[in-house]
Design a protein around this ligand. Structure first.
Ligand SMILES: Nc1ncnc2c1ncn2[C@@H]1O[C@H](COP(=O)(O)OP(=O)(O)OP(=O)(O)O)[C@@H](O)[C@H]1O
Length: 223
């Protein structure tokens, strides 16, 4: 079942088209990796999917009520950032208009903190957490409202190798329980390791298919 389907999508900044007639779908449980050189429009595609830019033409369809979670590229936060890790993660959970969390929200928050292994540092200021911990906090925040699709835009860039795998292992646990993932990356090894399908964007067009085809694509891209 398609969680997201994109048809003949063209996005432009002013008169300058970034990509044209792009079509692909993400099914439940897919881990779609999006690869392509700098400037081909990967982030622009994400912005269009999140409704932040209006496409010039084409359609983006998601089943009614589908929540999309988003984890941005890692950017270091100021050490003075005042919220604790727990409060930061909990920012995405508040459904009621009260300034405090309901019992159920608190329970879900505690569970997410535990799953993402943030328990030991939950009461410390987020600004003092390590890069990997901060990125896990962003992930926990994105997952807390139970999205059906999670978009990671170069979320592992600038983490060390162990932290990259650590973060994506976590994501892949959620994927195995039915979450769909779209992961934008420049790292072909990570793409191959975690992806089930790929979308390769180029200046001249795009290709999409099963992850097994990625090795050949990598060789072609390197030529
Ligand atoms: N707000 C904007 N206004 C005009 N042009 C933009 C804007 N944002 C991006 N662009 C241009 O659109 C093109 C695609 O940019 P985008 O950031 O989507 O590429 P990308 O594939 O994500 O690149 P990278 O891998 O370097 O992050 C680039 O030529 C970029 O300069």
């Amino acid at each position: 079942m398609a969680i997201l389907s994109v048809e003949d999508l063209t996005v432009a900044y002013g008169d300058h088209p970034v990509f044209s007639d792009l079509s692909f779908a993400i099914n439940q449980g897919d881990f779609l990796v999006v690869v392509g050189e700098n400037g081909v429009g990967k982030t622009t595609l994400v912005r269009a999917l999140l409704g932040l830019i209006k496409p010039k033409s084409g359609t983006i369809s998601v089943p009614a009520g589908t929540r999309i979670g988003y984890v941005p590229q890692f950017r270091n936060l100021d050490e003075e950032y005042p919220l604790s890790v727990r409060d930061f993660v909990g920012l995405s959970s508040q459904q009621s208009h009260w300034p405090w969390l309901t019992k159920r929200e608190r329970h879900a928050l505690n569970r997410m903190i535990k799953i993402t292994d943030l328990g030991k540092i939950a009461n410390r200021p987020l600004g003092l957490a390590s890069g990997g911990e901060k990125q896990r906090a962003y992930l926990a925040q994105a997952l807390l409202p139970n999205p059906r699709l999670l978009i990671l835009d170069e979320s592992t860039a600038s983490l060390d190798n162990e932290m990259k795998y650590n973060l994506l292992d976590l994501v892949s646990r959620f994927q195995q329980s039915g979450l769909s993932v779209m992961f934008i990356t420049h790292d072909w090894d990570l793409a191959r390791h975690y992806g089930t399908r790929y979308l390769h964007m180029t200046k001249d067009g795009y290709a999409t298919g099963s992850i097994d085809e990625l090795d050949q694509l990598k060789e072609e891209a390197a030529q």
